[in-house]
Design a protein around this ligand. Structure first.
Ligand SMILES: NC(=O)c1ccc[n+]([C@@H]2O[C@H](COP(=O)([O-])OP(=O)(O)OC[C@H]3O[C@@H](n4cnc5c(N)ncnc54)[C@H](O)[C@@H]3O)[C@@H](O)[C@H]2O)c1
Ligand SMILES: O=C(O)C(=O)C[C@@H](O)[C@H](O)[C@H](O)COP(=O)(O)O
Ligand SMILES: [Zn+2]
Length: 374
């Protein structure tokens, strides 16, 4: 067992530890003994993750928690829906949960967002633990307490802030993650460099491939740096207040969520892929508006493209020709929008992002408009 690092999320009496190390799922009983003693545990995992990593977790928790039940949900973004939530809550209630039950989300961001939201509303709020198994969930979604589901009106439009009591990041589980999913998570890693840490961005330019090719030290470093960055922002602005720093974590998401909504949450466009293309669109918009330079925007695009992530509309809409009007129609429903004004996270320069609510709609249309093939 390699060393375990701890990153603290400082939120007064709701503070919690993020534990990062290889093999933590096997040691989950020991890691969670203080939280689970005498309490029921309900593990929620998607069907794919359940087949790979649930037995080890259940083995570790048996004898530590008073009882351990497991519920599975379908794999993929479509599970993160109002219907998916209702079904999960129904099955949790059927297990006879009580207010001391601890919900454990084992899986990617979909499972964490869905099970976390179920924990937030079941019996008006249960403790929950995140055990993220995708790179995306390990560097982003398991930390910070945003939980929720998608609706036909858009991404994450129903949800709650509900912080986990602990986050256990077992870096070894990334060995079973498909390459496309690893890359999608890498987009959120790049995000931290782009919005606030040029040195980390430079490190990723030099070491990103190593990380993607399975180098354990590179993975661990990127996960710890990302978790530290996210923990600091969440501690400063837990609930994403207007003008507060948490909105910076939404870099690439105003465009990205619109792209995902257009794709229909059917697996044809992963969240991280939408974020990658969205970050490039946001960076290019930043360069059009200044003071960000075109070189900075293209440097970001070049790195994402070099590792194999999409950087343009043509790469994500797969011939479906989404128009500026379609995309803007989704962007006005973004949670950051106020009084019908779309709020963007833009780059002042690579490594420094800002929130802007004064962007001219015509500039956004001009960026998104593409000549239609004859
Ligand atoms: N709450 C937040 O702060 C936050 C942050 C970022 C993203 N998100 C949300 O997270 C979701 C995307 O999460 P995701 O990219 O983790 O997707 P995901 O949860 O759908 O997982 C991706 C796929 O990988 C499989 N998988 C997971 N772990 C595996 C493993 N170790 N080995 C093999 N297969 C594995 C899953 O079964 C699934 O098919 C989106 O809904 C996004 O909106 C939330
Ligand atoms: O934690 C945050 O805050 C983020 O914005 C992280 C994002 O990567 C994540 O996709 C989040 O779910 C988006 O939040 P939303 O409020 O725009 O739905
Ligand atoms: Zn995201």
């Amino acid at each position: 067992m390699s060393a375990v690092e701890t990153v603290e999320v400082a939120l007064a009496d709701r503070s919690y530890a993020i534990r990062v190390g290889a093999g933590l799922i096997d040691r989950a009983g020991e890691e969670l003994a203080d939280l689970l003693a005498g309490r029921k545990a309900v593990v929620v995992a998607d069907e794919t993750v359940a087949g790979l990593h649930l037995p080890a977790l259940v083995r570790g928790l048996t004898g530590v928690a008073r009882s351990v039940d497991a519920l599975t949900v379908p794999a993929g973004e479509s599970a993160k829906s109002m219907d998916g939530l209702a079904d999960l809550l129904d099955r949790m209630l059927a297990l006879g949960i009580d207010r001391r039950t601890v919900v454990i989300a084992l899986g990617g961001g979909v499972t964490g967002d869905l099970a976390g939201f179920a924990a937030a509303v079941a019996l008006r709020g249960l403790d929950f633990v995140q055990i993220p198994t995708t790179l995306l969930a390990q560097v982003d979604s398991s930390v910070g307490g945003k939980t929720g589901v998608n609706t036909r009106h858009g991404k994450n439009l129903v949800g709650a802030f509900h912080q986990p009591r602990r986050v256990l990041i077992d870096t070894a589980v990334l060995d079973t993650l498909p390459r496309r999913e690893l890359l999608a998570g890498y987009a959120e890693v790049v995000k931290y460099g782009a919005i606030g840490d040029l040195e980390f961005f430079q490190w990723l330019e030099a070491n990103g491939r190593r990380l993607l090719d399975g180098d354990a030290d590179a993975r661990r470093h990127a996960i710890v740096v990302s978790c530290r960055a996210k923990a600091a922002v969440v501690a400063a602005d837990e609930r994403e207040t207007a003008g507060g720093p948490r909105a910076l974590l939404n870099f690439g998401h105003t465009f990205g969520h619109a792209l995902e909504a257009m794709a229909g949450y059917d697996g044809s466009l992963l969240h991280g892929e939408g974020v990658a293309a969205g970050m490039v669109l946001a960076a290019r918009l930043s360069a059009r508006l200044g003071p960000c330079t075109g070189q900075d925007a293209e440097r970001l695009a070049a790195h994402l493209s070099a590792v194999g992530l999409p950087t343009g509309l043509d790469q994500v809409d797969a011939g479906r020709h989404w128009t500026a009007e379609h995309l803007i129609g989704h962007m006005v429903k973004d949670k950051k929008a106020l009084d019908g004004r779309i709020v963007f996270v833009l780059l002042e320069r690579l490594g420094h992002a800002v929130v802007r609510g004064d962007v001219d709609r015509a500039a956004v249309s001009a960026l998104l408009d593409r000549p239609r093939a004859a």
